[in-house]
Design a protein around this ligand. Structure first.
Ligand SMILES: Nc1ncnc2c1ncn2[C@@H]1O[C@H](COP(=O)(O)OP(=O)(O)OP(=O)(O)O)[C@@H](O)[C@H]1O
Ligand SMILES: [Mg+2]
Length: 229
């Protein structure tokens, strides 16, 4: 079973009576454990594609299966549940809750999934240790550095053991050294078998990723596997 199976996906946005074709026929299959970078010029449809892959938005046409289930056939509740349990999102600007501590931020999706208090605390502690922040769990988001915030966001994305992690420009707000720490963490996730899709402008990031998909004007014009290193 593929984690993602997309066929001829299109996305047309309507804005003030004008139609903007953001995706014009994208077909993409992602197997469990793959690590992909999506690159391409600004406006080529990268974020739009990521939103479809995460069930945040639905395609205008085409077929999309996530974890073997056709997205089209899902009710809103089923789609919400799929997003909560099967997909973890990482954003450029972290999107942490500022007044909550690192641990509380990681516990949020666990609470939403109905995990009990004790297990939540344990799992959050494990995840913060996994991203190297065991000693920052009581810091509020505002009391963390940018790189630390992004690591908390990655721990939060992993909370419900999702089948797929989607990241949109995860190093975009970070300096080079801090970005490198985040890349090392993605390598660790990949080694541990997590399926990862990372949208990036960062050539260093793209160059180290095993599979690179390039978008141009809403279409995939290159989909290449790195030769074994
Ligand atoms: N909600 C929306 N309504 C209307 N048009 C949109 C909307 N979201 C995106 N678009 C348009 O769709 C196209 C693709 O946008 P998208 O955000 O996917 O590009 P991107 O490749 O992520 O760009 P960037 O690298 O700048 O983030 C753009 O032309 C954009 O203006
Ligand atoms: Mg974008």
């Amino acid at each position: 079973m593929s984690v993602v199976l997309g066929r001829d996906l299109t996305k047309v946005y309507s804005l003030n009576g004008r139609q903007v074709a953001a995706l014009r026929g994208v077909s993409l299959t992602i197997a469990a454990g793959e690590y992909l970078a999506i690159t391409g010029p600004s406006g080529s449809g990268k974020s739009t594609l990521l939103q479809l892959l995460g069930g945040l938005d639905s395609p205008s046409s085409g077929r999309l299966e996530l974890m073997g289930r056709a997205v089209e056939g899902l009710s809103d509740d089923e789609l919400t549940d799929l997003r909560l349990r099967q997909v973890g999102f990482v954003f450029q600007r972290f999107h942490l809750m500022p007044v909550l501590t690192a641990r509380e931020n990681v516990e949020l999706p666990l609470a939403e999934a109905g995990v009990g208090r004790r297990e939540r605390g344990q799992r959050a502690a494990e995840l913060l240790a996994y991203v190297g922040l065991a000693d920052r769990s009581d810091h509020r988001a505002t009391q963390l550095s940018g790189g630390e915030m992004q690591r908390v966001a990655i721990a939060r994305a992993l909370a419900n053991r999702p089948a797929l992690i989607l990241a949109d420009e995860p190093t975009g707000e970070l300096d080079a050294a801090t970005g490198a720490q985040i890349l090392a963490l993605f390598d660790q996730l990949h080694r541990d078998g997590v399926t990862l899709v990372v949208v990036t402008h960062d050539e260093h990031l793209a160059a180290r990723v095993p599979r690179r998909v390039h978008l141009q004007d809403g279409r995939i014009d290159r989909d290449e596997l790195a030769t074994a290193r």
